[in-house]
Structure formats: structure tokens, C-alpha cells
Design a protein around this ligand. Structure first.
Ligand code: KG4
Ligand code: ZN
Length: 358
């Protein structure tokens, strides 16, 4: 039997197996990350090798450098994940890899690495959508959480409100019409002279500042659950430039706090709108809200979402901080449910840089 048949037979046999261990690799951007996950919920190991110091000098991720760094780190990170989990490669039931969305060269290094491993071991390979991975970080932080739930997905490339109808079944309810929240945070940080990645640094500075120092505009958007951050970003950049032209020293903590507040306020307001509509509808008796993606680590966003959900009496799920940003564990969790649904890759699996969740 060739790889395809052997992997399919093994994947079918796994449907009956009680304990399934998946070795997952994530290389979509600037983190080379591998993890071993049991039954989609339990982290046996989670190794993240960050390339931040390689890209910091350039103020953002340089795709060529990212791909080369992944190439060098893949094998080591995979080995470390197995070692930390205390299990041998032969004990792994299936492999998983992020195949999109992300930087094409970065994705390809991970896809190629895992295809090679799949071919050599004849183990099934599960292709994982990076955004689905972010959503699945919630399953790792809350072992009791089951779909359906709503999810605010906020990362460097996405600002979505989605409905997680079932494992692997998503409905897109709202999205940004221009910049993603993380992208806006990174641009605002750059204007304040903060190094890459700016989001977490703005978050730290903002804790000391006055969120009402600057009043930034609220966008008028047609879509009931859609977002827009370009107006907030432009207003912020203009305000900073005017201060610089007047020779004023930038009150960086107040500026960071004002920007963070405006972005989080918009994110929370649309999520609240969605919950209020669903409450009124009455065909959704059990409402629950989750958060996912790098920006869900933001302290102000966590506070605003927690207060809003508490007010509405809706349970809120927020991934553990280290599971909000890119990691391999979330890919291993998503892969478990994909495997359960019978989704496995063949050896012609390719990277899909613009892969959508829905
Ligand atoms: O999900 P992620 O790690 O990668 C993508 O899939 O894009 O998200 C990275 C984004 C970056 O824009 C980063 O600045 C932002 O998440 N981010 C934050 C925080 N931590 C990460 N933004 C605001 N506050 C944070 N604490
Ligand atoms: Zn991500």
C-alpha cells in the first residue's frame, strides 16, 4: 500500500482509539512552534521558538528571514516537543500542520517538514487552518467547553465575529472592513516609536495612561457586526504628528491608553450587539462567548469583554495568555476534531496563504 491508502486506513482505525496523541507544527508567521496534544484537550508539551529578535531590527516580519529561520528550527522544535512530552515518535497517532493563512514561504517550510515526516512514518497528516487553531485554544483552556458558542477572533490579520456551530463548523457573522485589530495596534505602536511587535508593548504602556486623553472617532459601518479600524488609526497618527510638529513631548502612556481604549471599545460594542440580538431572538437559549487570537491577550479587551458578558449574564471564555498568541498546541487541538471528522491530507498538500475560516 502507498502512503495514501496506509494513512487512510490508520486514520479510520483512530476513530475507535481512546487516547489519540497528535504532534502538531505551526510556522505561519514568526513563531516556529510544535506541541503534543492528547484528545484535543490535554497539552503534553508546547514548545514555541520565537523569531522576534530576528525581525525587530526591521520593524516587522521579513518573510524571507522567517522562512529561513523556520527551516533551521523545525526539526529541533519538533524533537523538543516529543522530548518534553516524554513520548517517542512511534507513539504519536497523527501529525498536524498549519497550511494557511499566513506567509507562503513560512507555511511551506512547516508543510514540507510534516509531509516528509508523514511519508517516512506513514502516519495520517491533518491540515489545519491557523484561525481554527486560535479558536481551538479555548478547548485547551476550558476542557468542559463545547460548541455552540460565539467567538471574537482578533489577531494580526483577522478581526472576526464567528459562530462556532460545531467542531469544525463556522459561520462568519462580522469582520473588519479594512485593518485587523492587531495590525492597527502594530501601526500605532510604530508611530510611538515602540519596537515590533507593538501590540503587547502598547498594552503595557497603556496600563499607566489616561484612556480619555484623546477622543478617537467611532466608525460608521453598514454591517451590524462589522469592524473598521483605519479611521481610528488615521486619527491617531494625525494627532501624534500634530504634537510632533508643535514640538511637544509625546505623552506616550496617555496616547497608548487612548488608542487601546478606542479599539477595545469597538470590539466589545459589536460583540455586545451580537449577544443582545441573540438574546432577543430566543432561538439561542444557551449563549456563550469566547475570544481568540493574539489581541485576545490584551488586558483592556479582556476587562471590557468580561464586564460586558457579566452584565448580560453570558459566560465568557478567554484562552490562557500563552495560548492566545501563535503556538503549536492550538493546532494540535483543532487537528483532533478535524481528524474525528475524517479530514486528512495527501502528500500534494500545499500552503494556502489566503485560506479563509469560512
Ligand atoms: O494571533 P497572533 O499571534 O498572530 C496572527 O495570527 O496574526 O497575533 C499577533 C498580533 C500582533 O498584531 C500583536 O501585536 C497582537 O496580536 N498582540 C496584541 C497583544 N498581544 C499580541 N495586541 C494588543 N495587545 C496585546 N497584549
Ligand atoms: Zn495567529
Amino acid at each position: 500500500m502507498g502512503y495514501r491508502e496506509t494513512a487512510a486506513v490508520k486514520a479510520r482505525a483512530l476513530q475507535e482509539k481512546e487516547k489519540i496523541r497528535i504532534l502538531a507544527l505551526e510556522t505561519s508567521c514568526d513563531e516556529t512552534a510544535a506541541a503534543v496534544i492528547e484528545n484535543g484537550r490535554k497539552i503534553l508539551s508546547n514548545i514555541v521558538f520565537s523569531q522576534i529578535d530576528l525581525h525587530e531590527l526591521y520593524g516587522g516580519v521579513v518573510p524571507e528571514i522567517a522562512s529561513r529561520a523556520h527551516m533551521e528550527a523545525c526539526d529541533r522544535v519538533v524533537d523538543e516537543a516529543l522530548k518534553a512530552a516524554g513520548i517517542a515518535l512511534s507513539e504519536i497517532d497523527a501529525l498536524a500542520v498549519t497550511y494557511g493563512p499566513g506567509l507562503v514561504g513560512a507555511l511551506l517550510t512547516g508543510v514540507s517538514c510534516m509531509k516528509g515526516l508523514a511519508y517516512a512514518t506513514k502516519k495520517p497528516l491533518v491540515p489545519v487552518n491557523h484561525i481554527e487553531g486560535h479558536v481551538s485554544a479555548n478547548f485547551l483552556s476550558y476542557p468542559e467547553l463545547e460548541p455552540p458558542f460565539l467567538c471574537l477572533v482578533v489577531s494580526g490579520g483577522h478581526s472576526h465575529l464567528v459562530e462556532v456551530a460545531d467542531y469544525g463548523v463556522y459561520r462568519l457573522l462580522g469582520q473588519t472592513t479594512d485593518d485587523a485589530a492587531g495590525e492597527a495596534f502594530d501601526k500605532a505602536a510604530r508611530v510611538l516609536g515602540l519596537p515590533y511587535p507593538g501590540g503587547p508593548r502598547i498594552d503595557v504602556l497603556a496600563e499607566e495612561g489616561n484612556p480619555h486623553f484623546l477622543t478617537l472617532p467611532k466608525p460608521k459601518i453598514e454591517g451590524r457586526y462589522d469592524y473598521s479600524f483605519s479611521g481610528v488609526k488615521t486619527a491617531f497618527l494625525n494627532a501624534v504628528h500634530q504634537m510632533e510638529q508643535r514640538g511637544e513631548e509625546l505623552p506616550r502612556t496617555d496616547l497608548a491608553a487612548s488608542f487601546r481604549y478606542a479599539v477595545c471599545d469597538q470590539l466589545t460594542e459589536k460583540a455586545e450587539q451580537l449577544l443582545l440580538d441573540r438574546k432577543e431572538d430566543r432561538s439561542f437559549p444557551q449563549l456563550a462567548m469566547a475570544m481568540a487570537g493574539g489581541v485576545s491577550a490584551n488586558r483592556e479587551l479582556r476587562r471590557q469583554m468580561a464586564a460586558m458578558c457579566k452584565k448580560l449574564g453570558v459566560p465568557l471564555y478567554m484562552p490562557r495568555l500563552d495560548l492566545c498568541t501563535d503556538n503549536g498546541a492550538m493546532i494540535g487541538s483543532a487537528a483532533y476534531y478535524q481528524l474525528r471528522n475524517g479530514h486528512i491530507a495527501e502528500l500534494d498538500l500545499n500552503a494556502v496563504p489566503a485560506l479563509r475560516l469560512v
